[in-house]
Structures are given as structure tokens and as C-alpha cells.
Design a protein around this ligand. Sequence first.
Ligand code: EPZ
Length: 418
Amino acid sequence: MDNFIIRGGRPLSGQTTISGSKNAALPILFATLLTREKSEVRNVPELMDIKSTFELLNYLGKNCFYGYGSFVAEEHGSLKHHAPYDLVRKMRASVLAAGPLLARFRKTRFSMPGGCSIGMRPIDIHLEGFKKLGAQVTYEKGDVILTAKRLRAGRVKFRFPSVGATENLMMCAALIEGTTVLENCAREPEIEDLAAALNKMGARVEGAGKTAIKVTGVTRLKGLKHAVMPDRIETGTFMLLCAAAGGRVRLLNTAPKTLTVVINAMRKAGARVNCYKDSLEVISPAGRPKPVSVATKPHPGFPTDLQAPWMVFMSRANGTSEVHEHIFENRFMHAPELVRMGADITVHGQKAVVKGVPQLLGAPVMCSDIRAGAAMVVAAAAAKGKSVIRRVYHIDRGYERLVQKLKDLGVDASRVKV
Ligand code: EPZ
């Protein structure tokens, strides 16, 4: 297992380039299951979750190649329909294979994805949607089995705007004759990117990014050629890194319009954010940030994936703020680690109260999930002294070439094998 060593406490300066979005790339790679034809997806970040997707698609029968940010998937033989436990357990997003396999073969079997440290992560909303389109759902030895004599277009109203369920049902409906209407959909930008990719394959998806999405099914889909959108969560992480540690940085190859709510909150706290077409510049507050409370919500609300880095930014504020986590049931595991670095944070259920302190201090800390790990990096860069960050494999799932990018921005960071 590797550790990061970060010596923080000095202002950042420099620029770095944002990678393709993990949370857009994953559903788009699974969408290649919808066609036999060759697909090429570019700007795919080199991450553990992409590697897990590569392994699963290869296992299912796709011939995949990945290099220099390009992912190519071809199909020569027949596909398996079963995504086994030892592949699904590595990455929950494997459930996104279900919609495409069900649409193409009217059957699929996959291991029920386990929960993770941030919550139970059930898939009932996905399954309810498949049932509405004519699938039967059975369970056997920890697997979910979906079968359908015939899938039929219909109306699916999600009880909660689940990102994964919206993506799974969009992909499934793309090959079902007739018009399917999905309501109370997730509106994340990654949903729009998936819809754009599906439409390039010949699908007819309208309304992505809004609460109602209309999918008119076609009989077959073409191979895909698509470049994945920039990663808005990586962008937000680096913005908050600069805001918390101090300094002035430029982030290239990104999409400021996907981060409006975060940019507004940062400006309220005293940071300056200059937005350009595909880049932005962050200038940290002159002194300590002003306290600004946030509550995570489905897009366009404050993104839950930036809640942990935001808490770091607020841990040095000139006053008290609150952070409310409304998406996941257990997403404050970074709080005790920040307290070990001198932060003053108390958690009451889904609310964390953050009393700003003048300075964080370096310490040995541990990552518990991707974004809590990112928060440790932000805190270590802001803290005075040396921090050792353990279990960085969590961070490898969501941040490409992180140490290099930290160095681009002037952070004294290194990765050591232990
Ligand atoms: C996606 O997860 C992202 N992952 C998550 O990013 C992100 O935090 C989340 O959306 C919310 O924005 C990918 O896109 C690969 P949900 P997903 O279905 O689709 C509950 C990261 O760090 N729910 O919108 O799993 C669920 O338990 C990751 O990059 C059900 O109850 O999120 C959660 O509380 C973490 N039943 C809430 O809804 C279901 O069937 C949101 O889940 C599905 C979800």
C-alpha cells in the first residue's frame, strides 16, 4: 500500500489540466455493450475504476484496448450476460452493465453490489425501473437475475433522482421499441454526456439534464465515437485545494458552467473565481474564509462529492458554518481525521458543525473513500507541517496522476511505497 507525504502551509501557484470525468466515462463505457460495432471513447482518465470497468467488459466478451486516454471496445464473439461477484464488488458502478445487457439480450445476472463506507447503496430504484419496462427480477445466491420475455416502453417515475438509475434506464430504453418517459430523473451533467454519447450511437434521447427524459427506442445502435466531458468533481477539488491552502491557480480543460453552485459558495466565502470558456482561475481569500454553510442536494444543488473538500475549506473559516449531507447516510468519515489535524468539527447525524480555527497542523491520517481521501490531501496542503496520508488506493479510484498535478500547483507532495 502506498502513502502520500505532503508538507503543507505554503500558498499554491501554477496551473494543471483537468482529466476526463470518471462519473461520465463509466456509464459511457458500459453503453458500448449496446452495440456489436467498434466504439472509441477518448479523454478517459487512467483510474482504478476505469481498470475495473475494462476487466468487467473484457470478462463479458468485449475486446477492450486502453491507452493514452483512449478506450476502444470491439465485439467478435457472443457476450456473457453475468457480471460476477469478484468483479462487481470492486466497483458499484458495475451495476450499469445491467441496463445494456437486459436491452440487448432480455436477460442479465449480476452480483448484488455491496454497500461501501459511505452507505448501503441499494439498487431498488434501478430494479423498480426495469420492472416497469417488463423485466422480472429474481434473486439467487447473492445475484440479481433480470429476465424479460419482451421489454415494453413505458413510464418510469423514480422515487429519488438516482444518477445510476437514470443512466441504467436511459441505456435500457434506447433499444426498446416505442417511447419511454423517465420522470424525476437525476440532472447531473454526466447524464447529459451519456445522452450525447447514446445519440451519437443513433439513439433518440431527449431532455437529459432536465427532470423528464424521453427515450424513443431503435432496433440497433452504431459504434460510438465520443470524448468524455471534463471532471467537474476533480475541478472542484482543486479549486477548494487552492481556496483552503492559499494562493492562485489556473485549471485548464474544464467546464466552469458545471460548477455554478460551488463557485457561488466559494465567492461568498471570499475566494475569487475567474471563469473562461474551458478554464478557470482561483484566488484564495486574502485572510481566513468567511463561514458559509452548505447542504448537499441532487444537481444543480451542492454536489455531495465536494462536501468533504468543502469542510476542509470551512475548517479555517473566521466563524462557524454547518455542512448538511442529504445524499448519503455516512459521509462524514473525514471529520474525525480533520479533528486530528486541529479542526473543530462536531457531527450530529446528517449535520456537521465546523468552528473555524486559524491553522490546521500536519498529522498522519487515513482515507476511507475517494472524496474523504481527497479531503485529506486538501487539508494536508493547507496544514502547517508534514502529513502522511494512508490508504491512498481510495484516491487512485477517482484522481488521475494526482501527485504530479499537486506538484504542478506548487504543493510539496510525494508518493512512497510502504
Ligand atoms: C453517483 O453514484 C456517483 N458515482 C457518485 O460518485 C455520486 O456521489 C452520486 O452519484 C450522487 O451524485 C458514479 O457516477 C459512478 P445515486 P450513484 O444513485 O449513482 C440512494 C464518487 O465519489 N439510492 O444518485 O450510486 C443511494 O443509496 C461517487 O465519484 C437508493 O436508495 O448515486 C444514495 O443515498 C461516490 N436506491 C442516493 O440514492 C437506488 O436504487 C444517491 O444515489 C439508488 C440510489
